[in-house]
Design a protein around this ligand. Sequence first.
Ligand code: GUN
Ligand code: ZN
Length: 430
Amino acid sequence: MTVTLLLGQTLCFSGDPFVDGLDVAKHDPHGGVAMSEGKIVAVGSADALRAAYPTADLVDHGDALILPGFIDAHVHYPQTAIIASWGKRLIDWLNSYTFPEETRFADASYAAEIAARYFDLTLSAGTTTVASYCTIHPESVDAFFGEADRRGIRALAGKTCMDRNAPDGLRDTAQSAYDDSKALLEKWHGRSRLSYIITPRFSPTSTPEQLSALGALWAEHPDCLMQTHLSEQTDEIEWVKGLYPNARDYLDTYEAHGLLGKGAIFGHAIHLTDREKDRLAETGASLIHCPTSNMFIGSGLFDMGLAGGGIPVGLATDTGGGSSFSMLRTMAAAYEVAQLRGRALHPAELIWLATEGSARSLHIDGCVGKLAKGFEADLVVLNLASTPGIAQATGRAEDIWQALFPTIMMGDDRAIAETYIAGTPSKPKM
Ligand code: GUN
Ligand code: ZN
């Protein structure tokens, strides 16, 4: 058995800091991770690991911090090329930028080009797993999973289903959404490190018939996740009321069609009623916080008080409604949004959200998101002095949190010393 030993600082969590407090985070300034055949075989002090694995290949990352790779729990890889498009709010933004770009994914070669570009960008940012929406085209799903598979990445995605309120060339039907999703699920779900997610875009772009068809598909494949959008902007919520006059609220449009339960993943969820919050907690659904997107498109301030309150919460870029591919930038935005609601998230909470929190929200916390024996060796190594501005701030740090926080707030690709996919260095040379 060939063992590779990475040495550096490490940070391990023995619980959820939102529930169990900050003491669950354990820092080792002279730690290490031993990896073999794509898995973590031991985490401990550098000295103990050297003694246990005297013949291991050594990679000394010095003072850099070894963490689980970042997990981006809600993205639209087809929106890579239109990221940071100016001046619109959600519905206008979808119509002006998103839908015209998504139309291009009928072309399998364009889909393949963007999928490759997307994974180059995310690996450069230290992200090792994403949960993506594709487009209505099966080609877009094949391109995404094909590229992830070639690179050995753990990835989740689904065909985005829309049968109304979308332009020509970007609508399926209730029946074709069911048939295509089923065929793609059977092709990709469980192959290598890939998982299929049943993906109605959101209630405004699906008829009740389409939501029911996808609810039926989910009932037939309960081991799959289901992802969609919920209560992102107030105009959208008014639109949903008009389209679904009998629904109690936005969440009810999904529940009425079999699209609520454990394994349901709702992006944004900013403007929730008390009934919706209670129902989400009762049913075991997850919420995904997308802070750069929520500020960029002007959606509102997510209530981070929901984390630790019985609803799993993950963190995500929401590329390309979000304005960055980087989970460092996304943690910074989560900090800023929480500040605007009167709460300062601790760096331990931010790192946990971007790793184990996102893994839990996607129900993959048994295999990734944690530095622990038996977990897959998807890792990011952070240089905590990657720019002069960061280095001068951390020069006077008295503990790991003071040393780490400037990188969370100001770090970019330069802070990513390496990204490991299943134990293999995978940061692209860009
Ligand atoms: N709601 C429905 N589709 C989308 C999308 O592509 N991005 C965002 N941010 N919200 C959505
Ligand atoms: Zn989205």
